[in-house]
Write a protein that binds this ligand. Structure first.
Ligand code: FES
Length: 224
């Protein structure tokens, strides 16, 4: 027998864990079903609607335990395994209960060379948790994520699938955490680094007044 068969890379549980969402809550309303039907109608096959449907499910239930993924797959009319594959591929879909604020720290290439890991470790130290964990008060979760598509402003962090914080520094992280505890997102001015000032002609990273939090609304506000 081939070695990879004897020692599978991925070990799957024999069965789904016990449901955490009570059965009487595990339903979509007629309005939600209507939205899913509308999304399905926009694509050649029903599969195309699964990302929006999962997003809506996450907004409704807070995260995506297996029974919610199954409910969503059934509503869209695709196999559970396909919906599960989508939900587990993207860090934006939460597969476990998360804190009130989810801090996604990018450590992909551009962010990494600009100090992404320093930012991640500073955050871990400040909050007293490791990536993948949630603070005991349920306020913060930290995730290490792949490229957030804002490499020019590395290192970058995203707050709960919403605003970005660009050109991170330890001071910005401290201010961000303090502000989030008070339910606010602070504005920042971007910093000028030594390398901005000489051989790169000052344009390696903008030193123009900038806000770290993008004005983009959370995706949830735009998918209807
Ligand atoms: S590498 Fe971090 S945003 Fe692209």
């Amino acid at each position: 027998m081939a070695d990879f068969i004897k020692h599978p890379v991925v070990s799957l549980p024999d069965r789904d864990p016990d449901p955490v969402i009570p059965a009487d809550r595990l339903v979509f309303t007629d309005d939600e079903k209507g939205r899913i039907a509308e999304w399905i109608g926009r694509y050649p096959t029903a599969d195309g609607a699964i990302m929006r449907a999962l997003w809506m499910a996450q907004e409704k239930f807070g995260w995506l335990p297996p029974e919610v993924i199954r409910l969503t797959a059934d509503a869209v009319g695709i196999p559970y395994a396909r919906a599960f594959g989508v939900a587990t591929f993207y860090t934006q879909y939460y597969k476990k209960e998360m804190g009130r604020h989810v801090l996604d720290v990018c450590t992909c290439f551009s962010c990494q060379v600009c100090g992404g890991y320093d930012m991640l470790h500073h955050l871990e130290k400040k909050l007293g948790i490791s990536k993948g964990q949630t603070t005991a008060d349920g306020q913060f979760s930290i995730q290490e994520v792949e490229c957030l598509g804002a490499c020019g402003s590395a290192p970058v962090l995203q707050v709960t699938n919403g605003p970005y914080v660009f050109s991170l520094t330890e001071e910005k992280l401290d201010a961000l955490v303090d502000a989030l505890r008070e339910g606010k997102i602070p504005d920042f001015t971007s910093v000028t680094l030594p390398q901005d000032q000489d051989e790169f002609g000052g344009n390696r990273r903008t030193d123009a007044p900038a806000t770290a939090a993008s004005p983009a609304p959370p995706v949830s506000a735009t998918i209807r």
